[in-house]
Design a protein around this ligand. Sequence first.
Ligand code: ATP
Length: 216
Amino acid sequence: MSCSVNLRAVSYENEDKRIFSDVTLNLGHEEKIAIIGSNGSGKSTLLKIIAGLIKPLSGEVEIFHDKMKDLKDFSKYRSDIGYLPQDVTNHFLCPTVIEDVIFSLRAKGVSKDESIIQGKQILIELGISHLENRVIFDLSGGEQKIVALAGLLILKPKILLLDEPTNALDEESQQKIIDILNSIKKSMIIVSHHRSFIDSLATKIYKLDKNILEQI
Ligand SMILES: Nc1ncnc2c1ncn2[C@@H]1O[C@H](COP(=O)(O)OP(=O)(O)OP(=O)(O)O)[C@@H](O)[C@H]1O
């Protein structure tokens, strides 16, 4: 099977406390899987390891069957992996929505005019065109989450790593995120406590509990 992510016997510990051991996980091409587990069980930590933000204590991480021996090995896949953190408050780099959404394209050398065309298109697809010129810090938490998602999707990542994408959203915003993610054909790992959301999206559900990841 063609896989986007493979974890083999991945372990992590924090300040001498074991967070998880021997985690094995395969994310197939365009597969959507979810990880649940109690607070502090290590779900966000695992996602950060897959995103190449922190290094596991031991074990192997492969992205598109390419072994990541070090964090710098992830650099060639930066545009392929879109990581949405649990708290997006500190995620933004520009004052307005459109500026922030096109930031990564501009950083890749795409012209301002072309970036704005693509940015506006993403805002239309996510149903947030009306926010285009708003100041991000004046937006609600839910609106900020969708803007952060737009900033990821503009780079056309092949893998989405989403940490509690519906957390603190009202029902309408939750439904909007569910519809958006259902319509996107990408490999996804979604960390969430929101069971009905997961059930409507993921084909496999894993639980991180007592340091072990198991499919349920
Ligand atoms: N930066 C950090 N420094 C020290 N300990 C941390 C740090 N980040 C997380 N931890 C600890 O690592 C463990 C796992 O945290 P993590 O955030 O991965 O759990 P989680 O399953 O995502 O929790 P939640 O469901 O509450 O978001 C917890 O015990 C947490 O206190």
